[in-house]
Design a protein around this ligand. Structure first.
Ligand code: HEC
Ligand code: HEC
Length: 262
């Protein structure tokens, strides 16, 4: 009898942990093997290998401003590829992602999103000392941690972890992992969201506005959620949160569970 009760409550707890994810551990959005082939070899004449820019292990590269894709939430990756294809997000770093995404079918996007989610590359983050040596202005991780955990109430910035989870490890679905992301990319995206907020607030753009918007304005966030945050970030805040987040690990020693589904 006792054993049955223990088992039942274990199942209930396991279900709670699984709750943020819409899918069971075995289910994936697409076909991981097909996704791997696209990631490693590209597809036809129009899709170069993703790993050429995002690295074989999915770590990305600060030298060219590419993001880490390894273990990113598959539904978020799929949305970004669809947004690049539709033009609602513009790659103004290397000007390649829009054409690449247009050449992918919806199935390709699902497959490659599923593949990158399987990459268990450790959360290494950027080498901040190297970036400093290269002349980048690097923020203060301690100050960034305060904003990620508590926000900056004096100038209207909410705690990042309220949407992105502990250490920015993602809250699943539409909330990407931002912990362990690359410094240069984080700084670029936060600035782009702020540019988008300055021009359009948090509103959804009309087709005309979308056609005339500047490339350095990121406006593809659902309901303007991220623009509402970024509009109050100072340049200093952006460097500080980027410095903290790039080094942030998804787990704590006391909590070995990695983001969502594990
Ligand atoms: C020529 C280099 C290049 C290649 C090849 C490339 N990417 Fe990218 N990718 C980039 C850059 C640069 C960005 C950042 C764009 C920006 O925000 O300005 C990016 C951004 C992304 C993002 C957004 C990530 C996020 O966190 O929002 C996804 C997803 C992505 N790429 C997937 C892919 C996939 C899948 C492939 C292969 C089919 C691919 N990329 C091939 C350069 C590349
Ligand atoms: C109200 C919820 C919310 C809060 C609070 C929030 N974010 Fe976000 N953030 C989002 C959503 C939703 C997206 C995904 C937008 C999209 O679909 O493209 C996002 C995207 C991002 C991205 C782009 C990730 C990528 O891979 O391109 C970064 C970087 C980011 N947030 C950093 C932060 C930081 C730093 C803070 C705290 C100062 C913060 N966010 C607070 C909701 C939030």
């Amino acid at each position: 009898m006792k054993r049955i009760i223990i088992t039942a409550s274990f199942v209930a707890v396991a279900a709670l942990y699984a709750a943020p994810s819409a899918m069971s551990a075995e289910e994936t959005l697409g076909n991981v093997d097909r996704g791997r082939v696209i990631y490693q070899f590209g597809k036809g004449d129009d899709v170069p290998a993703c790993q050429g820019c995002h690295a074989p292990d999915g770590l990305g590269d600060d030298n060219v401003g590419t993001p880490r894709l390894a273990y990113q939430i598959d539904t978020y990756v799929l949305k970004q590829l669809a947004d690049f294809a539709a033009g609602s997000r513009v790659d103004d770093t290397m000007y390649q992602m829009n054409d690449i995404s247009k050449a992918l079918t919806e199935q390709d996007m699902k497959d490659v999103a599923s593949y990158v989610h399987t990459l268990k590359t450790p959360y290494i983050g950027s080498n901040l000392d190297q970036l400093r040596r290269d002349g980048a202005e690097v923020g203060d991780p301690e100050k960034g941690m305060m904003i990620v955990e508590y926000g900056a109430a004096d100038h209207g910035v909410p705690a990042c972890q309220s949407c992105h989870g502990f250490n920015g490890r993602s809250a699943g679905r539409m909330y990407p992992a931002v912990g362990g992301q690359n410094y240069v990319y984080l700084q670029h995206e936060l600035t782009s969201f702020r540019n988008g907020a300055e021009a359009y607030g948090s509103s959804t753009l009309t087709a005309d506005q979308m056609a005339s918007k500047e490339d350095n304005q990121r406006v593809n966030d659902f309901m303007g959620q991220m623009r509402a945050v970024a509009k109050n970030l100072t340049d200093e805040d952006i460097k500080n949160v980027a410095a903290f987040l790039t080094l942030a690990k998804p787990t704590t020693p006391g909590n070995p569970r990695s983001p969502s589904r594990q």
